[in-house]
Write a protein that binds this ligand. Structure first.
Ligand code: PHE
Length: 415
C-alpha cells in the first residue's frame, strides 16, 4: 500500500504490459468513495492517464497499485479544457459568429446544426470517415483524446457527417469548435472553428455532383469575397471524399487555401443507408476568414476578453479592427536534452498551459545529437508579447521558470 500524493513520482507495474512505468502524480481527487488519480508519464509530456477504476476504493489516500487494472488514457491539457464551452460561434457580436452568419445566409435552405459538445467518438471522427489507423491526424501528439481513446475532441466538423446522414438528413450546415495540437504563432491556435456543408443530390453521376459542388462553392466565395475575387480549384486528397478539391483564393497577391471539399465517398453513403445516392461535402475554417475580413493581426484576439477588443465588433458588421496598441516583445530561449518519444507539440502545449496566451510565437531554433553520447538536444525560442498589456521582466521570468520547472519535473534536463 502506498499513500498517493500530488507531485510525487511512483513506479507502477501494470497488468496489461507487465512493464514497469514511472508516473508523476498531478492530482488526486476524492469523490464520495471513489478516488481519481491523474498521472503523467515523465517521459512524454502529455501522456496522461486517469485511474478511475480502483478496486480498493477508500476515502483515504491509500491505493494498492497491484490492484490497479484500468488506466484511462487522456491527453487534454488544462489550457484546452478551459476553452471548451466558450461557444464563440454563438456570441452574436463575436467575429467568428459574424462570419458564421454570413455563410449561413448563403446556405439559406440548408438545415443548420450546432453541437455544443465537442467531445465525439473516435468512430465518428475517424473510423466512419474511412480515415486509416496510421493517418497522421490520429496521432496522440496531434489530437486530444479522452476516455481511453474512445472519445476525442473533434478535429473537424466532418465528425458529424455520418451521424446526420444515417438519420436521412442530407442537406445541412454544421458549425463548431474543433481541436488540433499545433505550433504557436499568429495564425495557429489549438482550438478553432469550422463550417461544414453537405448536400446529397440523389442518384446522379459524379459529374453532376462535381458541377453542383463547384457552382455552389464559387457562389459562396463570391458571396464572401466579392464578385471580383480570384480563386481556383485544385485537386486534393481526403479519405472521405473522392474526388477531392481545395479552393485557393488570391488575396492581396497571396494564395491561400480556404476550404476542402469533394464527392462523398461511396462507402460512406452505403454505410449510412444511402446506397446509390450521390452528394458532396465541404469544410472550411473560420478564423482565417475572420482575420482577413476584420483585419485581425493575431489569432489570440478571438479569445481576448478585453472590452477594448470585444467592443469593436457588432453583429452583421464587417468593420476593421483597430489594435489598441502593439506592446513590446521579449525573447527567451530554452535548451534541453530530450528523450525518445518527445514531440515539439508537447513543448508547445506546456508553454500554452503555463503562459496564458502571453506567448506570441515559439520556434525551434536549434536541434542536434551528440555523436558520442547519442543524446539529443533542442532549443526553443519563445517570443513573449501580450495583446493586452506590457509584460514586466519579472512576469516573463516567472513564466519561464515555471516552464523549466515543469520540464525538470518531467525528467528533462535543461542545458
Ligand atoms: N474535414 C476536412 C478538414 O478539416 C475538410 C473537408 C470537409 C474536406 C468535407 C472534404 C469534405 O480539412
Amino acid at each position: 500500500m502506498v499513500i498517493l500524493q500530488e507531485g510525487q513520482v511512483y513506479k507502477i507495474i501494470t497488468d496489461k504490459t507487465q512493464k514497469s512505468m514511472t508516473f508523476y502524480i498531478t492530482y488526486v481527487d476524492r469523490l464520495k468513495d471513489e478516488v481519481f488519480v491523474k498521472v503523467f508519464s515523465p517521459f512524454s509530456l502529455y501522456e496522461g492517464f486517469r485511474i478511475s477504476t480502483i478496486e480498493n476504493k477508500t476515502l483515504k489516500e491509500i491505493i494498492d497499485f497491484e490492484k490497479i487494472k484500468n488506466f484511462y488514457f487522456e491527453n487534454i491539457p488544462f489550457s484546452i479544457k478551459n476553452k471548451i464551452g466558450k461557444l464563440l460561434y454563438q456570441k452574436e457580436n463575436h467575429p467568428i459568429c459574424i462570419v458564421k452568419n454570413k455563410i449561413n445566409d448563403f446556405f439559406e435552405k440548408y438545415d443548420k446544426f450546432e453541437f455544443q459538445n465537442p467531445m465525439v467518438s473516435v468512430r465518428n471522427n475517424f473510423d466512419n470517415l474511412l480515415i486509416p489507423q496510421n493517418h497522421p491526424g490520429r496521432k496522440e501528439s496531434d489530437t486530444f483524446y479522452s476516455e481511453n481513446k474512445f472519445l476525442v475532441l473533434r478535429t473537424h466538423t466532418t465528425a458529424h457527417q455520418t451521424e446526420l446522414l444515417k438519420k436521412k438528413i442530407t442537406k445541412f450546415i454544421v458549425t463548431g469548435d474543433v481541436y488540433r495540437r499545433d505550433t504557436i504563432d499568429a495564425s495557429h491556435f489549438p482550438v478553432f472553428h469550422q463550417v461544414e456543408g453537405v448536400n446529397v443530390l440523389g442518384s446522379v453521376s459524379d459529374k453532376v455532383v462535381i458541377e453542383h459542388l463547384k457552382d455552389t462553392l464559387s457562389g459562396l466565395i463570391k458571396h464572401l469575397f466579392g464578385n471580383d475575387v480570384k480563386y481556383r480549384f485544385i485537386d486534393e486528397y481526403f479519405p472521405f471524399t473522392n474526388p477531392s478539391f481545395e479552393v485557393v483564393v488570391e488575396y492581396h497577391g497571396i494564395e491561400m487555401e480556404v476550404l476542402g471539399s469533394g464527392v462523398i465517398h461511396k462507402d460512406i453513403m452505403k454505410n449510412c443507408g444511402l446506397e446509390g445516392q450521390n452528394g458532396w461535402a465541404f469544410g472550411m475554417g473560420l478564423e482565417r476568414l475572420a482575420m482577413i475580413f476584420f483585419d485581425i493581426p493575431d489569432i489570440r484576439y478571438f479569445w481576448s476578453e478585453d472590452p477594448r477588443c470585444l467592443s469593436q465588433f457588432k453583429a452583421g458588421e464587417f468593420t476593421k479592427f483597430q489594435p489598441y496598441s502593439k506592446y513590446p516583445s521579449a525573447i527567451r530561449d530554452i535548451s534541453m536534452w530530450i528523450t525518445e518519444g518527445f514531440e515539439d507539440n508537447y513543448f508547445f502545449d506546456l508553454v500554452r498551459d503555463l503562459s496564458e496566451n502571453l506567448v506570441e510565437e515559439v520556434s525551434l531554433t536549434d536541434s542536434f545529437t551528440n555523436p558520442k553520447t547519442n543524446r539529443s538536444s533542442k532549443t526553443f525560442r519563445i517570443k513573449f508579447r501580450s495583446i493586452d498589456k506590457t509584460l514586466t521582466g519579472e512576469e516573463i521570468d516567472k513564466i519561464l521558470n515555471e516552464i523549466k520547472q515543469e520540464l525538470i519535473n518531467k525528467d528533462y534536463e535543461i542545458r
